[in-house]
Design a protein around this ligand. Sequence first.
Ligand code: DQA
Length: 145
Amino acid sequence: MVALLLANGPNLNLLGTREPDVYGAATLDDVVGAVRAHAADRDVEVRDVQSNHEGDLLEAIHEARSWADGLVINPGGWTHTSVALRDAIAASGLPAVEVHLSNVHAREPFRHTSVTAGACVGVVAGFGVASYLLGVDALLGHLEG
Ligand code: DQA
């Protein structure tokens, strides 16, 4: 059975109330539930983590080396800043798909650069919760080769 880590970075615990005009009305539980249901239909196991503490996310990625086949990650604001997160994704050796609810390229210029995307197989952005589901499918397609 394929297993993946769904990792969500800072402030994503506030989904549902956080800038709903930008990020939509779905809560983090809604997002994780949708990913789990989508993955279950495909016989894929999902473990999830969200943290506002960078080290916790780094360690979850380190641990994923021992059980996961890949990562679906929304690094939140760390997308644009965190060399350490990029390095953790690269060091994991796991294929990763970066996802964003919003179309970061249609927003402020500082969101146009992703530090982390270069360590990922690819990026899905701008489709709300569907970005995550597309990310799962992209990862599975990559794993199937
Ligand atoms: C985000 C986009 C980031 O720029 C922002 O800092 C987030 C959420 C998204 O899902 O659209 O926290 O990753």
